[in-house]
Write a protein that binds this ligand. Structure first.
Ligand code: COA
Length: 260
């Protein structure tokens, strides 16, 4: 598939999706959101992709937010629709993918940019990254899941402060908050992220899918995550990966998971 606003590349099991509007600091317009949906879907369905990395092009920004020029004149109904459609197409979609998604946060991750990074399964940041949800400085609130995912990741008090002040935190503070898992130099960001992806790929992809479903169940309304864990745990026993993993252990050799 060809795209106007993103780049995609698959190599050694890793699909890298790069948001590529550097002159607009990779701001997410509707077209980019649709393209990202298509690219994530394609990668998730591809047998070649084991891990997805999402990052921004250029040295300055991961994504500096939703494209403000697109919604400045919106009505109440259009505003609500923008948030609903964005959550469905991209943010919830990414959070619920069962192919691991890592955000490599290479600069500003503001508004929709931080919301996209938070929708990923976890985040690695370069030391020049700056993160925040500045929406209230524009007279609006985060609409792509930020009011829900930020408190889940950093706790309610810190999320309240970040959202109310519209301030930015740097990569080290984000690390201290648990918003990102690791901080690297800008030069080492992709390599470090790929190394983590490599560690993930050594394991059973079907077990990882089950683990993602069980972990995500903890954050779903009306769903008992412990029950989902029991169900997914049981399902693992019917997979070829489980047979291979346990046999490899018992025979003191490395597993070669079929991914089934
Ligand atoms: N939507 C649309 N355009 C954006 C954008 C956004 N969220 N963020 C940056 N841009 C555009 C700028 O308008 C500018 O375009 P131009 O050159 O055509 O004027 C270009 O990207 C470069 O941004 P600029 O503001 O000149 O860079 P800077 O280094 O001075 O400031 C930021 C960087 C990130 C601090 C600043 O761009 C900013 O505050 N962006 C908006 C962040 C935001 O509020 N996001 C939440 C949206 S809900």
């Amino acid at each position: 598939m060809s795209y106007q606003n993103i780049l995609t590349e698959t190599d050694n099991g890793i699909t890298t999706i790069t948001i590529n509007r550097p002159s607009k600091l990779n701001a997410l317009n509707c077209e980019t959101i649709q393209e990202l949906h298509n690219a994530f879907k394609e990668a998730d369905e591809s047998s070649e992709t084991k891990v997805i990395i999402v990052t921004g092009s250029g040295e300055k920004a991961f994504v500096a937010g939703a494209d403000i020029s697109e919604f400045a004149d919106f009505s109440i109904a259009e505003g609500g629709n923008l948030a609903a459609k964005g959550q469905e197409l991209l943010f919830d979609f990414v959070a619920n993918l069962t192919t691991p998604v890592i955000a490599a946060v290479n600069g500003f991750a503001l508004g929709g940019g931080l919301e996209l990074a938070m929708a990923a399964h976890f985040r690695i940041a370069s030391d020049n990254a700056k993160m925040g949800l500045p929406e209230v400085s524009l007279g609006v609130i985060p609409g792509y899941g930020g009011t829900q995912r930020l408190p889940q990741l950093v706790g309610k008090g810190r999320a309240m402060e970040m959202i109310m002040t519209a301030g930015m935190i740097d990569a080290n503070q984000a690390l201290q908050y648990g918003l990102v898992n690791q901080v690297t130099t800008p030069e080492a960001l992709i390599e470090t992220t790929e190394k983590i992806a490599g560690k993930i790929m050594r394991n059973s992809s079907v077990a990882i899918k089950s683990a993602i479903k069980a972990i995500n169940a903890n954050y779903e309304d009306g769903v008992n995550g412990f029950n989902v864990e029991i169900e997914e745990f049981g399902n693992c026993f019917g997979t070829e990966d489980f047979k291979e993993g346990t046999q490899a252990f018992l025979n003191k050799r490395k597993p070669d998971f079929p991914g089934k």
